[in-house]
Design a protein around this ligand. Structure first.
Ligand code: 13P
Ligand code: SF4
Length: 301
């Protein structure tokens, strides 16, 4: 890591009363300067609880938007405006309204990987860490889940409810096929296979555990096993190694690489902090209904 720029970021963060949050997929040097790293659920909780006046979000756009929904009084900065999530772009409010008309208004569970305007017309949000709990909390036999069809399939397999799904997915998790898993298992026969629920159902069916990114960090740390195949974005290999030194982690596929998650550099963080640039703010007419959906999720803890 470039120590001079890391020191500069520390000074600027102090001066601006800023907290730096980083997603578990961020590059090592970004995780190294963050006050907290975590999965989407943990980062939302931290954003809701902190006293800091400025939040620098090192992740992708929907994460900064969620922080802005939760803390309108804070300045939420995304150091790179073009760090987006292709899956979040697969659903729009107009298309969701259209679909829900055909389903005669069933409750909608919206994955946090979605635009604020979609959260605003949803019943409740979920993350990869709590989708089953959220589905079970609803007093309805039928639900619609957007935008990830794979998370919807995983949730459907773990509830008694009828789950209608949207035809979206993460293009990088979708790349992992059962054949790839078989090959990497052959190469590492003693390893446990951890899969993210954004993987295809045929892949999650092969996993020893299906969980969020932080769920994988905890599972590997607490397990008696010492080798793991990692069925999620390759950035997770770094925090896994840091949290469980001495254990071995093998990517299920090098092709599970999310370019958007690698856009933010240390220089971007320093510039954003210095100029308070890259602010993400959700307009009140969207924020207030979106907050209701996000809060319902957070209350389930
Ligand atoms: P987690 O909430 O499990 O960290 O996942 C976020 C994400 O974008 C997965 O692709
Ligand atoms: Fe979105 Fe997939 Fe990247 Fe996660 S890994 S931010 S779901 S594109």
């Amino acid at each position: 890591m470039n120590q001079a720029i890391a020191d500069q970021i520390k000074r600027l963060a102090q001066k601006q009363n800023a907290l730096i949050l980083a997603h578990n997929y961020q590059p090592p040097e970004i995780q190294g300067i963050a006050d907290m790293c975590g999965d989407s659920l943990e980062l939302s909780i931290k954003a809701a609880e902190t006293e800091a006046g400025v939040l620098v979000f090192c992740g992708v756009h929907f994460m900064a938007e969620t922080a802005s929904i939760l803390c309108p009084e804070k300045k939420v900065l995304l150091p790179r405006a073009d760090a987006g999530c292709p899956m979040a772009d697969m659903v729009t409010p107009e298309a969701l309204k259209e679909k829900n008309r055909s389903l005669t208004g069933v409750p909608v569970i919206t994955y946090v990987n979605s635009p604020a305007a979609v959260k605003a017309i949803s019943t409740v949000c979920c993350t990869s860490a709590n989708s089953v709990k959220v589905a079970n909390s609803l007093d309805a036999g039928e639900i619609l889940m957007v935008p990830d069809r794979n998370l919807a399939a995983y949730t459907a397999a773990h509830t008694d409810k009828t789950v209608h799904c949207w035809d979206g997915c993460c293009p990088y998790h979708e790349r992992l096929t059962p054949e790839m898993v078989r090959q990497v298992r052959q190469a590492h026969p003693n390893a446990l296979f951890m899969a993210h629920p954004e993987c295809r159902p045929e892949v999650t069916a092969m996993a020893d555990v299906v969980t969020s990114t932080s769920g994988m960090l905890n599972f590997a740390n607490q397990s008696d096993h010492s080798e793991f195949i990692v069925g999620t974005e390759v950035g997770l290999i770094y925090p896994l190694g840091k949290a469980s030194p001495g254990k071995s982690f093998y990517p299920a596929s090098d092709r599970m690489y999310c370019a958007d998650m690698k856009k933010i550099t240390l220089a971007d963080v320093a510039r954003s902090l210095e100029q308070l640039s890259g602010e993400v703010r959700v307009p009140e007419d969207v924020r207030v209904p979106a907050l209701s959906a996000v809060k319902k999720m957070l209350m389930l803890r």
